[in-house]
Design a protein around this ligand. Structure first.
Ligand code: DLL
Length: 436
């Protein structure tokens, strides 16, 4: 089901709507947010200079550091009394990125998430278990609002306690699971450990995953664990932009549709900061339209992807983006070779004898970069056979060499021995950063 008429506007109707909102946004930030006024003055651009969508490029970029420099509320355009909610990003060090919402922002956010959950097949027939951690993370309360809006019965489960998660799924006939893809894989293992057959014991039919990337290999793994009929999509968002509700996959599974009447995506070269031609891969930059509390313009997301403008068979006309291949700051440079964890993941997931969990350790040994990848065996009886183990290790190394052009060390470990994550997975430890 398509939730809103804005998802099917013709290109010219969409662009007219975007331009109207962009002009309003340019005036709004200039009048109300001191750091923006300063940046725009420095760039020599006034709100009235925005006369076409191409003029968006005249506006200065906003960076994550702008949030830090203006912590906690220096980028806000409204008084605290107009706010009805705060959220904060899950930063691991230092101060979090603080965001706020007016009542109108909350309505728009909920509406955008409703669109995204409909893209993934949710309806008022669903019983939805939300297994994101509740708290200042935008994922849980964001999906919660959108799912309630479409009429699903929501279980605010939070993450953790896999046994209890299974119990609720069975007892309440849960049809829809919301989680990070890595936690969904972990829950799938619990399902197996309990000897449950998803097609007989559960009513689960939909997965709405997000907060981190889901590669196609990971989606295949979901089918192995949750059954072939399990339909899973991913959706994308970021606390600074609102949280989830920015873009989502539809039933055609050909990329994530943007809610373009609220978010204008651009793709830039992260180094030169130049806007790239349509279809090229680069860093995603987003301008929010019509946001009241934090009206972000040209925000550098750090996420790498490409945009697709061709029509989609689902009937939506909105631009789509391909799976995020990594973050500009996720990229590892190993002996001069650029490596993204998603490239490693693709190889690992294509090998049936190993499970979906892995850890990457990068260190410097005798002044040379070395990468060790620990992977779990599916079947621990392999541990008794040296020849089988070394054949498997060699096969993984060859696959990685072909993909990355780089030699790696492989550590095959017993099933269930690597760390599991309830939220976003942290798979890379780079000891070189500590000067080792
Ligand atoms: O992760 C918002 C969200 C929650 C989106 C739940 C969807 C579902 P942050 O914690 O601010 O917000 O993290 C944002 O997570 O810049 C991406 O790097 C990553 N990310 C989110 N969704 C995806 C996805 C939420 N589908 C950061 N694919 C973003 C790849 C994703 N990366």
């Amino acid at each position: 089901m398509i939730w809103a008429k804005e998802e099917t506007l013709s290109r010219s109707e969409m662009e007219a709507l975007q331009l109207k909102k962009l002009k309003e946004t340019a005036s709004y930030i200039y009048d109300r947010v001191e750091p923006y006024r300063k940046k725009m003055d420095e760039a020599g651009v006034k709100p009235e200079d925005i006369q076409s969508l191409a003029d968006l490029q005249k506006l200065p970029f906003t960076y994550k550091v702008d949030f830090r420099d203006n912590y906690p509320t220096g980028l806000f355009a409204v008084d605290k009394k107009e706010l009805v909610r705060f959220h904060a990003s899950s930063g691991t060090t230092g101060k979090p990125t603080m965001v706020g919402y007016t009542r109108k922002d909350m309505e728009n956010w909920t509406e955008n998430v409703a669109r995204v959950v409909c893209m993934g097949g949710a309806s008022d027939q669903d019983v939805a278990q939300i297994s994101f951690g509740y708290g200042t993370f935008t994922g849980a309360l964001g999906l919660h609002g959108g799912l309630e809006k479409v009429g699903a019965a929501v279980i605010p489960m939070s993450s953790g306690n896999a046994k209890k998660q299974m119990m609720f799924m069975e007892d309440l006939g849960v049809t829809l699971l919301v989680a990070t893809p890595s936690y969904a894989l972990h829950l799938g293992e619990e399902l197996k450990a309990r000897g449950l057959d998803p097609s007989k014991d559960l009513s689960l039919r939909i997965g709405l995953f997000g907060g981190e990337g889901m590669t196609e290999a990971m989606r295949d793994e979901m089918h192995k664990l949750w059954g072939e009929d399990f339909f899973c999509t991913q959706n994308y968002g970021m606390s600074e932009l609102c949280g989830p509700g920015v873009a989502g996959e539809c039933e055609a599974l050909t990329g994530m549709h943007f809610n373009e009447d609220w978010f204008i995506p651009e793709i830039i070269d992260p180094v030169t900061e130049e806007v790239l031609p349509p279809g090229e891969r680069g860093e995603l930059v987003i301008t929010c339209l019509g946001k009241e509390a934090i009206p972000l313009v040209r925000y550098r997301t750090g996420d790498l992807t490409r945009l697709m403008y061709e029509p989609c068979s689902c009937g939506r006309t909105t631009v789509r983006m391909e799976n995020i291949t990594g973050r500009a700051d996720d990229m590892l440079v190993i002996r001069g070779v650029n490596v993204f964890p998603t490239q490693i993941e693709e190889v690992l997931f294509s090998i049936p004898e190993i499970g979906p969990h892995y850890e990457i350790l990068v260190e410097r040994i005798n002044h040379l970069d070395a990468m060790t990848i620990s992977v779990e065996l599916v079947d621990d009886t392999l541990l008794d056979s040296y020849s089988k183990l070394s054949e498997l290790g060699d096969r993984i190394k060859t696959g990685l060499k072909e993909q990355l052009g780089l030699a790696t060390k492989i550590k095959l470990v017993a099933p269930q021995s690597l760390k599991r994550f309830e939220g976003k997975a942290k798979r890379v430890t780079d000891l070189r950063k500590d000067g080792v």
